[in-house]
Design a protein around this ligand. Structure first.
Ligand code: PBG
Length: 334
């Protein structure tokens, strides 16, 4: 047989350490653990569970489900959940006043969670007006424009009622300028100096949010409108660092990149540039894609989901908001 192996044949053989499972585990640079998971929930005013068709396997939770699900999250070891309201249509208004109602669906849900599990589970609340506005925009609309400074005043009110209800982490997802500093000041003035801010710092105007907007019932309201005047363009990378720098200077405790998988380059840059707690959101459209392919038998659900989470960790994420959180926690336990 012809000898094709000429010259000094490799003394380094990369495959040696890959040969056995124990060795692959031993050299592993990254690991996915249950402590990396943040579990997003949708809640509605009523009882029982409502499936969300574009998020197969994800249900909106009725009031009677919340305490049980909180106990489940603790039992599974999931550190934190994020609550999103499917606000009743009749409560949605032009000025999104319901966002600042201390007795709104989110505040009632937070109080129920805290009554059940106290500090055993972190509770995260979004700050943005879209679940409450009749136009589906994250801010107040004046003459067709989403106005910045006036919106920030309302967001501060929203943050205060959520913190008063027991929310541990305020997560502004609205992308208004200056909101982190304003909310930090408002929280401090209201006696909530220990409430964290996790800023959606680099949030892109993404088509991957579609199923989320179905879940909170804002897609119809938004209609053909877009959020491109405040969310970042997918073309931008340096701009994300600028956003993160501002939010940190204004007092953010941690930052988030969103969407997740198509934006791992941003996660990597943010983490390596700032070295602060960095989270990524595996958004509704990413969940829908993986789920649809798995339902068709085209992808192995568990293997692809676990690989996707490992990719987040490898990119530098300290944690991931993912609708797969419950499944992942169970797989990790098994
Ligand atoms: C609200 C908000 C959105 C998401 C989280 N908070 C939607 C949007 O900005 O339109 C999307 C999350 C997901 O798609 O899973 N501002």
């Amino acid at each position: 047989m012809t000898d094709f192996l000429r010259g000094p044949f490799p003394s380094t053989r990369m495959r040696r350490v890959r040969r056995h499972d124990w060795s692959r585990r031993m050299v592993a640079e990254n690991e996915v653990s249950v402590s990396d998971l943040i579990w997003p929930w949708f809640v509605f005013d009523g009882d029982g569970r409502q499936p969300v068709p574009s998020l197969p396997g994800v249900d909106r939770l009725g009031t009677d489900q919340i305490r049980r699900q909180a106990a489940l999250a603790v039992e599974l070891g999931i550190p934190a959940i994020a609550v999103f309201p499917a606000t009743a249509t009749e409560l949605k208004t032009e000025d999104a006043a319901e966002a600042s109602n201390p007795d709104n669906l989110v505040c009632r849900s937070v109080r129920a969670i805290k009554a059940e599990v106290g500090d055993a589970l972190g509770v995260i609340c979004d700050v943005a007006l879209d679940p409450y506005s009749s136009h589906g925009q994250d801010g107040l609309v004046r003459d067709g424009d989403v106005v910045n400074d006036e919106t920030v005043q309302v967001l501060c009110q929203q943050a205060i009622v959520q913190a008063a209800a027991g929310c541990d982490i305020i997560a502004p997802s609205d992308m208004m300028d200056g909101r982190i500093g304003a909310i930090r000041g408002a929280l401090d003035d209201a006696g909530h100096a220990n409430v964290q801010i996790m800023s959606y710092a680099a949030k892109y105007a993404s088509a991957f949010y579609g199923p989320f907007r179905d879940a909170v019932g804002s897609s119809g309201n938004l209609g053909g409108g877009s959020k491109k005047t405040y969310q970042q363009s997918p073309s931008q990378s340096d701009e994300a660092l600028h956003e993160v720098a501002l939010d940190l200077a204004e007092g953010a405790d941690s930052v988030m990149v969103k969407p997740g998988m198509p934006y791992l380059d941003i996660v990597q840059r943010v983490k390596s540039t700032f070295g602060v707690p960095t989270f990524a959101y595996q958004v509704s459209g990413e969940y829908a894609m993986l789920s649809a392919a798995a339902q068709n038998g085209w992808l192995d659900r568990q293997a692809t989901v676990m690989e996707s989470l490992m990719a987040f960790k490898r990119a530098g994420a300290d944690g991931v908001l993912t609708y797969f959180a419950e499944d992942v926690a169970r797989w990790l336990k098994a």
